[in-house]
Design a protein around this ligand. Structure first.
Ligand code: HEC
Length: 108
């Protein structure tokens, strides 16, 4: 075996062992509180636009008696005060999800 063949063989072996290495499982640290799942269309919108800066834990601290205008004002505040990238068209859907999931329109 000349040295070139040996190097090629060694490389091939290294490649095979890499392929056969156990699949890497990545365990992420628990990411705080998640939004409560819902079939409302606002759920996906909120997931995309409301938990980029903070966890959903913030919703849990809101009063369950909070009516729709309260959530509306809060979503608008996120956008105007904190520059949250929330589409105007998505706001009513998000507010609807929030008030029915965390506010005073929750199913009893
Ligand atoms: C651009 C970043 C950003 C995004 C996106 C964002 N927020 Fe916030 N949010 C903040 C900041 C900053 C605070 C204030 C944190 C503090 O006071 O410690 C906050 C606070 C809150 C609070 C706590 C109560 C309050 O009024 O301070 C709630 C509830 C909340 N956000 C809900 C939402 C919802 C619902 C959305 C989606 C519509 C959203 N946030 C999107 C940045 C964001």
């Amino acid at each position: 075996m000349n040295s070139k063949t040996f190097v090629a063989l060694a490389l091939a072996l290294a490649a095979t062992s890499a392929i056969h290495a156990a699949p890497k499982t990545i365990v992420l640290p628990p990411d705080g509180v998640q939004l409560k799942p819902s079939s409302l269309p606002g759920y996906a919108k909120a997931q995309a636009q409301c938990v980029a800066c903070h966890s959903a834990e913030y919703m849990l601290y809101q009063p369950p008696s909070a009516p729709r205008p309260y959530w509306d004002a809060m979503v608008k505040r996120m956008k105007t005060v904190f520059n949250a990238p929330i589409e105007d068209a998505d706001m009513p859907l998000i507010v609807d999800y929030l008030v029915k999931t965390y506010g005073n329109e929750q199913p009893k």
